[in-house]
Design a protein around this ligand. Sequence first.
Ligand code: ADP
Length: 644
Amino acid sequence: MAHPAGDDDPFEDVREQASNPMGRLFIGYGRGYVSYFLVGVVTSIFARLLDLLPPVLLGIAIDSVFRDDVPFDARLPFSWLPEAWLPVTPEGKFWFTVGVIGLSFGSAAIFHWMRNWGWNSFAQKIQHDVRTDTYDEMQRLDMGFFADKQTGELMSILSNDVNRLERFLNEGMNGALRLGVMVLGIGGVLFALNWQLALVALLPVPLIAGFTYVFVQLIQPKYATVRSSVGTLNSRLENNLGGISVIKSANTEVYESERVEDVSMEYYDANWDAIRTRITFFPGLRLLAGIGFVITFTVGGLWVFRGAAPGPFSGTLQVGSFVTFILLTQRFIWPMAQFGQIINMYQRARASAERIFGLMDEPSKIPDDPEAPALEVTDGEVVFDSVTFGYEEESIVEALSFRAGTGDTVALVGPTGAGKSTALKLLLRMYDVDEGAIRIDGQDVREVSRSGLREHIGYVSQDTFLFYGTVMENISYGSQDATEGEIIEAAKAARAHKFIEELPDGYDTKVGERGVKLSGGQRQRVAIARAILADPEILILDEATSDVDTETEMLIQRSLQELTENRTTFAIAHRLSTVKDADTIVVLDEGKIVEKGTHEELLEADGLYANLWGVQAGEIEDLPETFVERARERLIDGEPVLED
Ligand code: ADP
C-alpha cells in the first residue's frame, strides 16, 4: 500500500466528486436491509433498558422490601403494573423482585443477542454489496485510470475503506444508539427518583462530553500521521520484498535494513505521540467521573444521613434511591466516553464513503454504450485510418494508416517507445483514438460493444500474467466452456504440452502468484495456448515470443504460422527474423510510419528496417554512421538509461 486510506490521501479528486456519501450509503444500500436495521434498533433499545433494571430493582429491594420506607407499588417500574399483580407480604415482594431481576437478566441476554445479530447482519450485508459494486465499477474503468493510480491505493479503498464503513454501521451505530438510550433512560430514571439529586449527578456530563470532544480533536491529526507512516512503512516493505532478489544481488542488505529501520522509527514516533495523548485521556475521564461521583455521593449521603435536604433542596431521599443513583451515575460515564469516538468514527466513515462513491462515480474515458451492436466479423479486415493518439497532451502515434486484409499478418517493428504497443492497444480499445478511426470490416471499434469487440480479438502480450490457479484453468481463461481435450490440443499447438506434462501435477499444477513457478518462456506458451483455444478472428502478438529460447521460438513460430494463417494477425517483434514473412511490415519511429512493405521491399529501400535487420544479422560494422548515431541518441540522451 503506497498510501493508506487516510484523510491525506491521493484520492482527493475522487472524493470531491461524491456528494452526500452517507445518504447514499443509507438510502442506496441500507434500503434493502431495513428489516435488519429495525431489529437492531428495537432490540438495542430493549436490551439497554433491561440493563438499567437491576440497579433500579436493587433500590426498590432496599427501600420497599428490607426497610419498608416506601410502598412497593409506588416505585418504578412497579407503579405501572395493576395492583392485583403485586404481592403484599415482604417475602412475596422479595421473591417477586428476585424473579424480575432474573427475568431482566435472561431477557437482556436474548435482546443483546438479537441486537448483535441485527446490526452485524445489516453491516456485513452492506459491506459485501458496497465492495462488490465498487469492484464492478472499477473494473469497467479505462486503462488510463489504472496507469494513473497505484494498485495499493485502489486495494486500500476496496479493503480498508469498505471495512471502515462496516465498522461504523455496526459499532458506530450501536454505540450511538446506546448513548442515546442510556442518556435518556438513565436521565429519566434519575429524574423520576429525585430530580434535585439527578441535577447534581448529571453535572459532570457536559464536562465529560466537552473533554471527549477536545480529545478527539487532538488525537485525530495524530492518527492521520500514524496512518501515513504505516503507509510509508508498508510500501517500503512491499517494495523490498518484491525486489528481494535485486537487494541480494546488489548486496545492499545493510542499506535496506537501515531504510526499513528509519521508516519503522518514524512509525514508532508517530504512534508514541498518539499513545501519549490517548493514555492521558482515559485517566482524565475517570477523574472527571470520579469528581462527579464524589459530589453525588456527598450530597446524597448527607441527605440520607441527615434525613433532610441539604442546601436549596427539599424533600427526603431514601437509601435505596441513593444506591440506584450511585450505580446509575457510574453507568453514565462510559457511553459518554464513547461520544467522541462515535463522532470520530462517523467522520472517518464519511471520508471512506466519499472515496468509495467517488470511485464508483469515476467516469470511464472509454464509454461503453449498452445499446451498441456487437461486432460482426466477416472478412477480418482491419483498417487504421489516420490514427492519432496520446496518453496525455503529447501525441504518441500520429496519422497511422495501414490495412490488414483477410488472413494477413501485419508486423509492427521499430525502436522501443516508437508506439507499436500503443497502436495495438487502440485496436483493443484499451484507449480511444484522438483522431482518425480504426475499423474492422467497416465497423468503427468505438461504435460496437466493447465485450463484443474483445471476443473477436486475441491478445498475447510480452508480459504474460497468469492467475493463481492450475495450468489448465489458465489456458481456458476466457474460454470457460472448453473441454479438457480442446485445452490439451491448444497446449500442443502452442508447444506447451510437453513441459506441462512434466510439471508435478501436469495440467493440474498450481501456478503461484503471477505464475512465478513457470519460466518466462513457459508462461508465454501458456498464453499462446490460451489465445489458440479462444480461436479469435483477429490476433495480436505483442512480442509474443520474446521470452523463449531460439529453439522453442522456432517451434512456436511454426505453430503460430498455423494459427495465424487464417486470421488477421498483428505482430510486434524485436527479433525481425520472426516477422520477416509477414504480408506487410510497418516500420514505426517516434509514432510515425517511416516505411511500409514486405521484407524484401524494405531491404531494397535500405532505410531504418534494413539497418535494424543489419544489426540483428550481425553486420554492425557495415551500418551507416547516422544510424549508430541516432541509436545512441535515443538510448543514451533521449531516454535516460539509468533512472534514479
Ligand atoms: P513500443 O511498443 O513501440 O515500445 P509503446 O507503445 O509501449 O512503444 O510506448 C510508446 C510511448 O508511449 C513510450 O514513450 C511510452 O513511455 C509511452 N507510454 C506507454 N504507455 C503509457 C501510458 N500508459 N501512459 C503514458 N505514456 C505511456
